[in-house]
Design a protein. Sequence first.
Length: 134
Amino acid sequence: MQLTDLPHLNVILNAATAVLLTAGYIAIRRGRVIVHRNIMIAAMITAAAFLTSYLTYHFGVRLTKKYEGPWGWFYYPTLLIHVVGAMVNAPMVVMTATRAFRGQFPRHVRIARLTLPLWWFVSVTGVIVYFMLY
């Protein structure tokens, strides 16, 4: 695998994260706490793999692909919201998971209600940005 292949890996990891987040939400709504925990751990691993691949690509490739289509009015605001959302969401994911691992479930639930939809949004918009570029 070459550095130029990493965006294609990144979209797979982003999409997988979104699917896992959806499955984790469904599991907890059905009261399947252990299943929820395991799925959310998988989502965090997938997201960490994405972040590693993303940073490897952007530190290793000097020029990144620039959007050249007619939907710039949609692409650039989506990209901006995606990037800002990812920066805000990353520490929220860590805080949410830490509260769960410590057994602080009321505090975990309070922040998870914000973290989950933002994390899902960031994952899905990452996929959208990819398909607009490639």
